[in-house]
Design a protein. Structure first.
Length: 103
């Protein structure tokens, strides 16, 4: 947002309370994504089901992939961290395909 602390204070305390809610929701989203990833990894991904791979690709692209892209668009301070997570996701998909091909 490129605002100084004084500019943020002039907006009022409502911005701060709103941001607390935004980050709580994001934390819940991140936790849910982690639980889903663990569940997939422990079940259908281990069995190399094509639907599991498709779900992991679509879910990753619409979650961490899109989040990283948007953070680059808005010049977020977190863009490189999120890109790192997106790359871990992409490498996991490559590994999945490689393991499936070797089986």
């Amino acid at each position: 947002m490129n605002l100084t602390p004084a500019e943020v204070q002039s907006i009022g305390g409502r911005l701060g309370s709103w941001l607390v809610h935004v980050f709580r929701v994001m934390g819940g989203y991140i936790a849910a994504t982690g639980v889903l990833a663990i569940a997939l990894a422990a079940t259908s991904l281990r069995e190399h089901h094509p639907f599991a791979a498709a779900g992991a690709m679509a879910g990753g692209a619409t979650s961490i992939g899109w989040m990283a892209a948007v953070n680059f668009m808005i010049e977020s301070d977190f863009k490189w961290v999120l890109l790192g997570f997106a790359l871990v996701w992409a490498v996991s998909l490559v590994t999945f395909v490689w393991e499936a091909a070797r089986s």
